[in-house]
Design a protein around this ligand. Structure first.
Ligand code: IPM
Ligand code: MG
Length: 351
């Protein structure tokens, strides 16, 4: 099992290194090969997604990704910014299906900014389309404006085929869970969303065992903090999914807990924590490695077909939390505050 290891920037390096250490404790044959990406890619070769890094990602069985981004690169032109690395990988590898589960561990219900009874037992899955929408729609740019000055513009686009494809992933996922799909759009305003809703409705009719509902994105943002347990699977576009998944992460206590899988049509995937590079705490040994460790569990399950190992890893994380280990982001009085490395060691010991 060949894993492309792309730590990237900021805390990406620490959390990925610790995760590799945990994986190495499983009795499986991994071959890890590391390559620079994001700001690190730019430093190494003048581009956030160096050719060699992309080639490695293409030939590996799965990709373990840390995070990209650093304020040092904020002034670069768009094409050279670290974020282009992750967007480029998603596009080049056709990773159109982004799965972002948000699960509240019993032990962490008190770490959420919401009241424990609102979030306790929460288990939702956001299925975010990842290679279309306003992220990639052309035309886009900054140009002179007729009234003087400039204008910036982006284009929101979805083809029927793209909507149908992500709908399929959503219905399939729901079938293995609570059998409910909520499709999120902005069909009261956007044409793209009107088509989205039409196609989702047609796909819903082909999946009569799944209960399909529709919700406007603004209402969904509100419902996620009002009564998040009403949801099972949320299926949405790239931009709305980006925003809603950050929101959903805070239901779980910390964005430091949320893993993600980005899959192509054959379940080859890129696995990354949904938090970013957190340059403010990089190198201090305080970042939470659990989102990356849980991403590795998703990698074992979806791309490497090692379901039993995935469960072992997830169980070890649960036991670590039960035993009171907490990084700073999920610390509450009466628990034990530990470093990135100590948290990962605690997980490894519990495998
Ligand atoms: C995410 C991130 C990325 C996105 C950025 C880093 C380009 O926010 O994975 O959610 O917007 O998709
Ligand atoms: Mg995001």
């Amino acid at each position: 099992m060949k894993i492309a290891v792309l730590p990237g920037d900021g805390i990406g390096k620490e959390i990925v290194a610790e995760t590799i250490g945990v994986l190495a404790r499983l009795e499986l044959k991994f071959e890890f090969e590391e390559a620079p990406v994001g700001g690190a890619g730019y430093e190494a070769s003048g581009h956030p997604l160096p050719e060699k890094t992309l080639a490695l990602a293409k030939q590996a069985d799965a990709i373990l990704f840390g995070a990209v981004g650093d304020p040092r690169y904020d002034a670069l032109e768009s094409a050279k910014r670290p974020e282009q690395a992750i967007l480029g990988l998603r596009k080049a590898l056709a990773l159109f299906a982004n799965l972002r589960p948000a699960r509240v561990y019993e032990e962490l219900a008190a770490a959420s900014t919401l009241r424990p009874e609102i979030v306790a037992g929460l288990d939702i899955l956001i299925v975010r389309e990842l290679t279309g929408d306003i992220y990639f729609g052309e035309p886009k740019g900054i140009r002179p404006h007729a009234s003087g000055g400039r204008e910036g513009f982006d284009t929101m686009r979805y083809s029927e085929a793209e909507i149908r494809r992500i709908a399929g992933v959503g219905f399939e996922a729901a079938r293995k869970r609570g059998k409910k799909v909520c499709s999120v759009d902005k069909a009261n305003v956007l044409e793209t969303s009107r088509l989205w809703r039409e196609v989702m409705t047609a796909e819903g009719e082909k999946n009569p065992d799944i209960e399909l509902s529709h919700m406007y994105v603004d209402n969904c943002a509100m419902q996620l903090v009002r009564n998040p347990k009403q949801f099972d699977v949320i299926v949405t576009g790239n931009l709305f999914g980006d925003i809603l998944s950050d929101e959903a992460s805070m239901l779980t206590g910390s964005i430091g807990m949320l893993p993600s899988a980005s899959l192509d049509a054959n379940n080859k995937g890129l696995y990354e924590p949904i938090h970013g590079s957190a340059p403010d705490i990089a190198g201090k040994g305080v970042a939470n490695p659990l989102a990356t460790i849980l991403s590795a569990a998703l990698m074992l399950r979806y791309s490497l077909h090692q379901g039993a190992a995935a469960e072992r890893l997830e169980r070890a994380v649960k036991l670590t939390l039960r035993d009171g280990y907490r990084t700073a982001d999920i610390y509450t009085a009466g628990t034990r505050k530990v470093s990135t490395a100590a948290m990962a060691d605690a997980v490894a010991e519990r495998l």
